[in-house]
Ligand binder design. Sequence first.
Ligand code: NAP
Length: 242
Amino acid sequence: MKYALVTGGSRGLGRAICVKLASQGFKVLINYVSNEAKAKETLELTKQAGQEGELIKFDVANYEETTAAIEQWLNDNKGEYIDVLVNNAGIRKDNLLPLMPKEDWAAVTTITINGFYNVTRAVLPKMVRKKHGRIINMASVSGIIGLPGQTNYSASKGAIIAATKALSKEVGRKNITVNAIAPGFIRTDMTEGLPEEELVKTISLGRFGEAEEVADLVSFLASDSAAYITGECIAITGGLMG
Ligand code: NAP
């Protein structure tokens, strides 16, 4: 059995990724932090897709909680390991920098950057021992071009892209690939309430993306077909005109 851990798997992109990986035959560990009802819906959808997953609750921003949950799973599943890690959990708290409370700076940077460290640090040693693994980090186009009102989010996603490149060089010889994905505007709770009519004018394809379209890219990067791709950040934006 091959296992995949998707952080923030209860809703949005994470849910679509869990379902797609389940249809590929992965047993998916569906992480969430608070929304148990939504996480259970994702669990049911993985079952319908062909491979029932399991729920694993932890706050990616909390080192002790994350480490304990992953160690517990590894103890309960002796001999197994997490072959695919999708670092997807994230939030946004937009504001112009002079108006941004320090709590909002800290929340976004901690969940994204420390979250990447906390989860990857716990999962990676077994991948290294097994000499196989795929790490896929959810960045954003905001981390490439920078978007006004999102200095906390752009800084965090830019850091994730840099971390992706650095880590790919550390673990390539262990047959582990590390890539980032940089979506533009994708229809989820996170983009709810944005002025869609205005924003689509800046997108070549003239529409927001769907979570399933990002999940297809994750599925490709997790597959054997992507074995020679590492250290990359792949944008999926419908042709966002910067
Ligand atoms: P979303 O619909 O708001 O879902 C966020 C997910 O992250 C939920 O499953 C949530 O769990 C989980 N989460 C939040 N904080 C967490 C924490 N501390 N620990 C564990 N899980 C946590 O967001 P989305 O649009 O799917 O975005 C997913 C990722 O894609 C994010 O990293 C986001 O920055 C990135 N992204 C999204 C877009 C877009 O247009 N949607 C564009 C570029 C990048 P609960 O349900 O338990 O709250």
